[in-house]
Design a protein around this ligand. Structure first.
Ligand code: SF4
Length: 100
């Protein structure tokens, strides 16, 4: 399948979509404790990540590389997937760090 056809079908060469490589995957700070410190979370700006009862689901930033979809009609790739994911793996924290 050509890259264009893959994008139209909402799939990639690996048959998997990595949310980390999508424009809709947004990094957001989430306050903890007395609001002077925060942790990092990721959200899907297209509203595709939902809990069972319909509320929005956020994920811990350090797990973003594991977020994938078999297909997604709102996938907006940011560039070369392999290159991007390799760079991201190098820079991601290894656990849920607190900042501030
Ligand atoms: S739009 Fe789809 S591919 Fe993009 S972050 Fe949301 S669920 Fe993942």
């Amino acid at each position: 399948m050509s890259r264009t056809a893959q994008l139209e079908a909402g799939t990639t060469a690996t048959g998997k979509i990595y949310c980390a490589n999508c424009k809709n995957c947004k990094l957001v700070p989430s306050a903890v404790g007395d609001d002077t410190r925060y942790v990092l979370r990721v959200r899907c700006a297209a509203g595709k990540w939902r809990k069972r009862l319909g509320d929005e689901k956020l994920y811990k930033y350090f797990t973003v590389i594991r977020r994938s979809m078999d297909e997604c009609d709102a996938y907006e790739p940011m560039g070369d997937e392999n290159e991007f994911l390799q760079e991201l793996k190098r820079s991601l924290p290894i656990n849920d760090e607190v900042y501030g």
